[in-house]
Design a protein around this ligand. Structure first.
Ligand SMILES: C[S@@+](CC[C@H](N)C(=O)[O-])C[C@H]1O[C@@H](n2cnc3c(N)ncnc32)[C@H](O)[C@@H]1O
Length: 474
């Protein structure tokens, strides 16, 4: 192989994503380990693979202007070489001749000499302008078609730009949405750092800070790891801490912090659960995570519950993910149980749980920064399919909660059809539920809008765009 190992690893990642629907964040680290790339090559491979996947919308628009036939008619291998080349030319400091020559070499290895000549000609055209100049040439006029412009400039599918804009407008107001949409899309294109969650009773934020992490912005459990592999930390290896976005921590902490009501329907004053009996239907003794896999939030809740004498039942549909939950809960003291079950047809009795988390399967449009290829895989039809499931899960979660019990409805998507509209629809059909103002249970977190639900944003909070609605059975 004449292509250098970093570019080859990036190319093979793009191919695995295209051919096998692989996830880049799973494939690439394995490739880097198997091929023993050194730290420098590993960093370059990661930058190239993630950058080309994320920037596909922009790069394809530019490449389409440089290729004499529709991109769909190119060999998919050659198109991936071109995307990698475009990323190097337009978004890195790699010298243009190195970007072009290495891409030509890669095309020769991946395809044939004819393809290599074509890659050479196309990338030389790409190299004539910088990114902003190209966007001005190939994107729609921002005044006439701001969504279309942003879709090309910030490399998001147009329907995703539209959905994010709608959600920003609903939560922050029309003017703020207009002012902030570009920042939000830009934040989606920045790789997030590693955030750790110290599991209460097992690890403190301070311990992680001593190991070189920085304290989280808002959650007392959160710590940011500016560099290095989290797996080098003993607390992570032993499961006393986990890798978890701060937004995910905040919504789990909010569920644990809000007061449950008495069975009669009155709110228990600051019901901390201290002295809880531990019996089914007891005051604050039995918690449920309805969609628990792979177990990040379940581990946080189980750790908090263990401190208060509450036990957690963690349900998960997919058996292999239920096994991951079991593993995540193993280091946590206290009593908890993992069940492989369909949350829409729960195998437990109604009206028993004091606190219920439903962290519903969703499009993940709030976590685009973590999964570089996911924005291109999702389709508008996914939203309606998932919304139907989300409504069933929320209804089942409410039925599982006892009168006075709390339900947190959570998604890592800000799409209105998966968030507010799910809650509105489900609540419209029943008179035994009240919605709480969730904002007081995220203390110190700014810019939470008008409530009662909470939508976090990468560009405002530095978290994934987690959604939270807090509900209580009457
Ligand atoms: C957003 S993820 C949950 C993430 C998890 N709470 C965490 O923090 O690690 C949603 C999970 O719901 C599971 N799921 C999908 N349909 C389900 C159903 N009908 N019942 C229970 N779990 C389901 C999926 O397999 C997936 O693991």
């Amino acid at each position: 192989m004449r292509t250098d190992p970093a570019r080859l690893a990036a190319y093979d990642t793009l191919r695995a994503v295209a051919e096998r629907e692989a996830y880049a964040n799973l494939v690439l680290p394995r490739l880097l380990t198997d091929r023993r790339l050194d730290a420098r090559d590993a960093a370059l491979a990661t930058e190239l693979a993630y950058g080309a996947l994320r920037g596909r919308g922009t790069y394809d628009a530019i490449l389409a202007a440089c290729v004499d036939r529709p991109l769909a008619q190119l060999d998919p291998e050659v198109l991936d070489v071109l995307r990698l080349g475009a990323h190097q030319l337009l978004a890195t400091r790699i010298p243009p001749h190195a970007a072009v020559d290495s891409s030509v070499e890669l095309a020769r290895e991946a395809s044939h000499d004819g393809a290599a000549r074509m890659v050479n000609a196309v990338l030389r055209k790409v190299a004539r302008r910088d990114l902003r100049e190209w966007v001005d040439v190939v994107a729609p006029d921002p005044q006439r078609d701001p969504e279309g412009y942003l879709a090309v400039y910030r490399s998001h599918p147009a329907w995703v730009v539209s959905a994010l804009w709608d959600s920003l407008a609903a939560h922050r107001g029309k003017e703020a949405a207009y002012a902030q949409i570009d920042k939000l899309l830009e934040a989606d294109n920045l790789r997030p750092g590693v955030t750790l969650a110290a599991r209460p009773g097992l690890c403190e934020q301070a311990e992680l800070v001593k190991q070189g992490a920085e304290p989280g912005r808002y959650a007392p459990t959160a710590a940011y790891l500016p560099e290095g592999d989290p797996a080098r930390l003993e607390a992570v290896v032993r499961g006393r801490a986990g890798v978890q976005d701060e937004g995910s921590q905040l919504v789990a902490l909010a569920l644990a912090a809000a007061p449950v009501g008495e069975r009669t329907g009155h709110t228990g004053a600051g019901a901390s659960g201290a002295g809880a009996s531990g019996e089914v239907g007891g005051r604050d003794a039995l918690w449920l995570d309805l969609c628990a896999g792979p177990g990040g939030k379940a581990a946080l809740l189980a750790a908090i519950g263990a401190q208060r004498g509450a036990r957690l039942v963690a349900a998960e549909l997919a058996p292999h993910r239920a096994r991951l939950v079991k593993r995540a809960l193993q280091p946590i003291h206290g009593v908890h149980k993992v069940v492989a079950a369909d949350g829409t047809r729960p195998p437990w009795r109604r009206d028993v749980f004091d606190r219920v988390l439903v962290d519903a399967p969703c499009t993940g449009l709030g976590a685009l920064r973590r999964r570089p290829e996911s924005r291109w895989r999702r389709e508008p039809a996914d939203v309606s399919r998932l919304a139907a499931l989300q409504k069933k899960l929320l209804a089942a979660a409410l039925d599982s909660a006892r009168p006075g019990g709390l339900v947190a409805y959570v998604t890592c998507s800000p799409h209105l059809a998966e968030t507010r509209l799910v809650v509105t629809d489900v609540l419209a059909g029943r008179d035994d539920v009240e919605q709480l103002d969730a904002r007081p249970y995220l203390p110190g977190v700014p810019e939470l809008g008008d409530g009662p639900d909470v939508q976090l944003w990468p560009h405002l909070h530095g978290t994934d765009a987690m959604y939270l609605a807090l509900l209580r059975r009457r």
